[in-house]
Design a protein around this ligand. Structure first.
Ligand code: ZN
Length: 122
């Protein structure tokens, strides 16, 4: 496939880069927060630990999204952005608008076989 300059792809790249910067900043914030020493007060410590657990979840979600966005950016560079990584069909523009980092069409994303669950179940 020939990588054509496509304004909608440039637009997607801008959106992905903006989102990536936002997520990078969030992960930095979380890590700075987690480096803070625990308070001497026991009740404060308990609250801080709960916060840390919540932050871990947020950080994991952010890191997963960062990985997805990097993949989507690589696909833009390769010229196959917007095509389903599983079936090769174009991903619906509405899906890409809602989820610029989507690498699979809605049918493949919904297919249980496409989730890689089998490898993890072993
Ligand atoms: Zn597909």
């Amino acid at each position: 496939m020939i990588a054509v300059r496509d304004p909608s792809r440039d637009d997607a790249r801008q959106r992905l880069l903006a989102r990536l910067a936002e997520l990078d900043a969030r992960v930095d914030d979380i890590e700075a927060e987690q480096r803070q020493p625990l308070d001497d007060d026991f009740a404060e410590q308990a609250v801080a630990r709960e916060d840390d657990e919540a932050l871990d979840g947020v950080e994991r979600a952010a890191l997963a999204e960062i990985a997805q966005i990097r993949q989507a950016l690589a696909r833009i560079d390769a010229g196959d952005y917007g095509l389903c990584a599983a079936c090769g069909q174009p991903i619906a523009p509405a899906r890409l608008a809602a989820q610029p980092a989507a690498t699979r069409c809605i049918a493949c994303a919904d297919a249980p076989a496409g989730r890689g669950g089998a490898a993890r179940a072993a």
